[in-house]
Write a protein that binds this ligand. Sequence first.
Ligand SMILES: C[S@@+](CC[C@H](N)C(=O)[O-])C[C@H]1O[C@@H](n2cnc3c(N)ncnc32)[C@H](O)[C@@H]1O
Length: 251
Amino acid sequence: MKNLSFEPFSAYLEELSYTKSRFDVFDDFLTMMVCSLSMGRKEEEYLRTVKGYTKKELDIFCKAFASVIMQMEYRQLEDPFGDYFEEHLSNGRNGQFFTPIPVCELMANIVHGFNKASEQDAQKTVSDPACGSGRLLLASAKIDRNRYFVGSDISETCCKMTLINMCLNSIEGEVHHMDTLSLQTWRKWMVIIDKFTRIPYIYEVKKESQVLRLCKEDSIMDANIVNDENKTIQRVKQTSNGFIRFTPKVP
Ligand SMILES: C[S@@+](CC[C@H](N)C(=O)[O-])C[C@H]1O[C@@H](n2cnc3c(N)ncnc32)[C@H](O)[C@@H]1O
């Protein structure tokens, strides 16, 4: 019988970092995870990322992946990546120190109110415009995970940590790789929970610029985002301040 116990994922990444930059290994690991959670839509990016590694190294990545899954299974809504990132990689770049979990939980309780969530609250969006590894969103989801969660960050690595944290905890929403001061946006992903199977997956939004243009030029207030098979996966709304806002669920 196979031994299914795993080391913490950090131990596997450290093993890979003897010969490669620790940052590259971590970032590639996140990319591989995002691709794997994208329902086969990110094969090219996946193959580009794994190219630089031997089969033996890729086996170690697989163990790290399994270790993260096991950890998230037993300890939901925690942030395994944030701690690793802070300890080994951040060096305080771009203020990349993350808020301690108990403080996140206190802040989430203050913002949500200590009362039990009402039905109306489910329509509300929880947003963190400098989300880091997404732990403020996770703290908020501990109170009410039915809201719609939006995280933005100037660092793509942080976006990927947030995306995986959201997806593996079945939290619906979006992650924007953007500068939230200048509003320049580079990439945008959604975490969608399949209506029938309830399986969460990551979808990179590429057609939004077209939707945005359509909304602006034709003063359309509602539009649909379609996937590669032309199926509507989400509706978008133009709000009074000109931003696009994704509605939580396909009606
Ligand atoms: C102090 S961390 C906070 C992370 C998270 N909100 C938390 O509480 O743990 C600040 C985050 O802001 C991001 N950041 C810095 N400048 C930014 C900008 N102009 N636009 C978006 N994110 C930015 C950094 O990459 C970093 O992840």
